[in-house]
Design a protein around this ligand. Structure first.
Ligand SMILES: O=P(O)(O)OC[C@H]1O[C@](O)(CO)[C@@H](O)[C@@H]1O
Length: 445
């Protein structure tokens, strides 16, 4: 690491400011400095393994060289540059970068907002592959996402067996319906614990009984608006067709849990259509792209030996064909904007989301964008932290994987295990904010 230490500050991000990598006690610093090299070596490892099967050895070596250069740009805290590509997304990025260069005196990997630079990393990765002849549409994380499916199969089978029985009971009384909703919401919430960028490409084997686990994990939910979400769902509106949107995060197990919740909405008439929003390019290692979404459905139905997974896969494939499940991958999700900027930056999308009953944002990155990636006082309300982003009712289901959070009651520290307050790994006291063990369920309407 050839970085000049003057550029860094031995402290956490100050309160009410956006997270930045230059604060050495922030997760941003740790993430750029320590996690990135591992993400890069995962990609390189997969590319090297590919070399044996392809004639494009030279091209792959060239990509590996460029990846090394990009990593050293990060670790040396170099200035950002424009994207060398004419794709629509890159041109949008370049306009944003132009504005940034004009407004900020220093635009480097650690000085600039961490949210911006971390997003920028993925468009730079895309640029490297776009410039090749044979790897233009290559997803460097595909194999990792496929492996994550294998490792969660047992858990998915347990949930699928449960759901097939549950969803055949069409006439549920209101108490049972609410109980089932709560189970689906919590399964979906905890589905976010497993993301490959946090585990640096290595999925954890998920073997626990999911239905038992969600009960035992309740104590780790630091803010829980589940009842309010239920009440919102039960208010009749004249919006037609009834749509619920899920802004997706990770593939494999988390996507499975998202579809479980979506199926609940469709089966019990809370929505006629569920629109899933994915990413238009490979993103944050395990985020869902359209090819991931379609591959996932086909794999469930056609490649799994479990009859429960085949059945649920068939059911969801039918929803997809019938237009009850829809996938859209708008460019906005792969730009560095916070969601409070959406009304200005993409008014069409803001308007479209406004026709939904409910927007459910999954995961840590969506959460960071919802609350502007600001290091809020934890007692700041979710509504305030949204900074007027309110196209319709907004829900966040997030396990905590970085150091910004809001909407907590004053007694939240009583819910945090002592071990999680003490942390050598980041030499700060916020381990509970980054270890994925705690969660929040927020609603703003
Ligand atoms: O998949 P998620 O929940 O959005 O998490 C993404 C990861 O990216 C970060 O937001 C930034 O690295 C982490 O905090 C988290 O590990």
């Amino acid at each position: 690491m050839a970085c000049n230490n003057d550029q860094f500050l031995e402290q956490n991000t100050p309160k009410n400011e956006p997270l930045r990598g230059k604060y050495m006690k922030s997760f941003g610093y740790h993430s750029l400095m320590r996690r990135m090299p591992t993400v890069f070596s995962e990609i390189t490892g997969l590319l090297k393994a590919k070399q044996f099967n392809l004639a494009n050895k030279e091209e792959i070596n060239n990509v590996i060289d460029k990846l090394e250069l990009l990593l050293s740009e990060i670790l040396n805290n170099n200035p950002l540059r424009k994207i060398d590509s004419t794709s629509t997304l890159s041109l949008m990025w370049n306009q944003i970068l132009e504005k940034k260069f004009n407004s900020d005196s220093v635009v480097t990997w650690f000085e600039t907002e961490w949210l911006f630079t971390e997003n920028y990393l993925y468009i730079r990765l895309k640029e490297i592959f776009e410039k090749t002849k044979t790897l233009q549409n290559y997803d460097p994380f595909k194999q990792l996402k496929y492996n994550a499916f294998d490792e969660s199969e047992t858990t998915m089978i347990a949930i699928a067996e449960f759901l097939i029985i549950q969803f055949s009971k069409k006439e549920l009384d209101i108490t049972s319906l609410k109980a089932l909703f709560n189970q689906m919401l919590k399964i979906c919430l905890w589905g976010n614990r497993f993301d490959l960028s946090l585990n640096i490409g290595k999925s954890k084997n998920i073997t626990e009984d999911p239905l038992e686990a969600i009960v035992s994990l309740d104590k780790y939910i630091l803010a829980d608006h589940s009842d309010e979400i239920w009440n919102t769902l039960n208010v009749s509106t004249d919006k037609s067709p009834k749509i619920i949107d899920i802004i997706l995060d990770n593939s494999a197990y988390e996507l499975f849990t998202d579809m479980c919740l979506a199926d609940f909405f469709v089966t019990y008439g809370f929505a006629e259509v569920v629109v899933f929003h994915g990413k238009s390019i490979p993103w944050y290692v395990s985020d869902v792209t359209k090819p991931d979404f379609e591959h996932f459905l086909n794999r469930l139905e056609k490649q799994c030996t479990s009859s429960a997974l085949q059945k649920i896969g068939n059911r969801w494939n039918n929803y997809y064909t019938a237009g009850k499940f829809v996938i859209e991958c708008e460019e906005f999700w792969t730009l560095p904007h916070c969601y409070s900027a959406m009304a200005n930056e993409d008014s069409e999308l803001y308007k479209k989301l406004g026709t939904s009953q409910l927007l459910i944002f999954k995961g840590d990155l969506n959460y960071r964008k919802l609350i502007g990636d600001i290091n809020w006082e934890p007692s700041t309300t979710f509504k305030d932290a949204l900074c007027r982003f309110q196209p319709t009712a907004v829900v966040a289901l997030r396990t905590l994987k970085c150091d910004c959070v809001c909407g907590l009651n004053s007694d939240y520290e009583t819910k945090i295990d002592e071990n999680d307050k003490d942390n050598n790994y980041l030499s700060s006291t916020n381990y509970w904010q980054v270890n994925g063990k705690y969660a929040v369920v927020h609603l703003s309407k």
